[in-house]
Design a binder for this molecule. Structure first.
Ligand SMILES: Cc1cc2nc3c(=O)[nH]c(=O)nc-3n(C[C@H](O)[C@H](O)[C@H](O)COP(=O)(O)OP(=O)(O)OC[C@H]3O[C@@H](n4cnc5c(N)ncnc54)[C@H](O)[C@@H]3O)c2cc1C
Length: 354
């Protein structure tokens, strides 16, 4: 009898796996690999909303937990995936500079927003009004970490690459059976794939498609993340950068589109003065929720069945804390915060269930 089966291995499933590893619980991951938002993600962690210079939900607590969490993971797995990088925000007006200075005085933002502007000395970038600098930001190499983590799980026969068939799940009073596996609990963390999950598809997961470009430019020579109309994120491959991202609320396909390529290229051309080549384009669907909070908790009817989803646009920062909360809820009887608990959608379940 296993302690857990985890369905879906993106940032959410991996973070929950790590909670189980730390606590010596036995588990098997069952996952497909083709429809993963985590693999497409820029992987940025950044404690500031760069449009309005405000703080995202719970950002400080999330950062304080997430960065040591990933640092421990990279040490255990012997892989380098956490890259602290400043974010340089291009100002388009003097008014924006003033708003930045006001924000940098606020207690929740002052650790991150530097009040000293930086002059642009990179001829490949068009930024006439200097940069605002965000400290304590960076990039997690999510795809690389997932591959390394998978290797570790394969070594202990704990990773099955396959589509989970909901019809094959048998729910008993104190355990669940899936084909030849038996476990005390099952965690569903399928990202946008949850739409196909008959147990949890009553939850209001909207999904927001996003696309990014990978470009190569020998003259750009950037070692910070730059944000204007788009993000430019330096990648580990020499002279390569990730450009993103788009937001599309109606298209739910996982394929890259010409429309997104043009949108990103147009925004990039406003920002760059140099030659570049587009070498790839990726598309994914962010698991976004109606009220912009994660979907975490126990199934209303089946007490051994849980969901860990709704990481939204900031899975890198959100997944570690909420996976920790879910673990403590299941194993130690701790309360889930009402903001993330799926109990808030209990009335929607009743409607579906008749
Ligand atoms: C273009 C883009 C850029 C982004 N940039 C950032 C960023 O810079 N920083 C940040 O923090 N976040 C970013 N995000 C958001 C981030 O990707 C998500 O918050 C996060 O990856 C969600 O993780 P998840 O594990 O919930 O879902 P996913 O990563 O989608 O993982 C779900 C997994 O479950 C599997 N699965 C689904 N159904 C089944 C089934 N029936 N059987 C078996 N397996 C199944 C899928 O194949 C997938 O592997 C970005 C997203 C996009 C699309």
């Amino acid at each position: 009898m296993l302690d857990y089966i985890i369905v879906g291995f993106g940032l959410a499933g991996m973070s929950f796996s790590e909670q189980l590893k730390k606590n010596n619980k036995s588990f098997v991951v069952i996952t497909q690999e083709d429809k993963s938002s985590s693999v497409v993600a820029g992987g940025m962690y950044n404690p500031v909303i760069l449009k309005r210079f405000t703080s995202p939900w719970n950002a400080i607590a999330q950062m304080e937990y997430a960065i040591p969490f990933y640092n421990e993971m990279q040490a255990r797995l012997k892989v380098k995936v956490v890259n602290p990088l400043p974010v340089l925000r291009v100002f388009s007006t003097i008014e924006e500079q003033n708003n930045w200075l006001i924000a940098s005085d606020k207690p929740n933002l002052s650790p991150f927003l530097s009040p000293n502007f930086l002059k642009n000395e990179n001829a490949a970038i068009q930024a006439n009004n200097d940069f605002g600098v965000i400290n304590k930001a960076g990039r997690l190499q999510v795809a690389k970490l997932l591959v390394r983590y998978k290797q570790d799980l394969l070594n202990t026969n704990s990773y099955l690459q396959q589509e989970f068939s909901y019809n094959d799940l048998v729910i008993r009073e104190d355990h669940i059976i899936y084909r030849d596996l038996k476990a005390k609990n099952i965690i569903f963390s399928e990202g946008y794939g949850m739409k196909e999950n008959p147990y949890f598809n009553y939850l209001p997961l909207n999904g927001t498609k996003g696309e990014v470009l990978i470009i190569k430019s020998e003259s750009l020579k950037l070692d910070s993340i730059v944000k204007a109309g788009v993000f430019i994120i330096p990648l580990e491959e020499e002279d390569c950068y990730l450009i993103g991202a788009t937001y599309h609320w109606t298209d739910k396909s996982w394929v890259a589109t010409e429309e997104a390529k043009i949108e990103l290229r147009d925004k990039l051309d406003v920002l760059l003065n140099c030659e570049y080549t587009i070498i790839d384009q990726l598309a994914g669907i962010r698991p976004t929720v109606k009220d912009r909070r994660p979907l975490v908790g126990r199934h209303p009817k089946h007490k051994n069945m849980y969901v860990l989803n709704g990481m939204g646009t900031r899975g890198v920062m959100v997944a570690p804390t909420v996976s920790n909360q879910l673990y403590n809820y299941i194993q130690n009887g701790a309360e889930l915060s009402s903001e993330i608990d799926i109990q808030r959608f209990a009335s929607e379940y009743k409607t579906v269930d008749g």
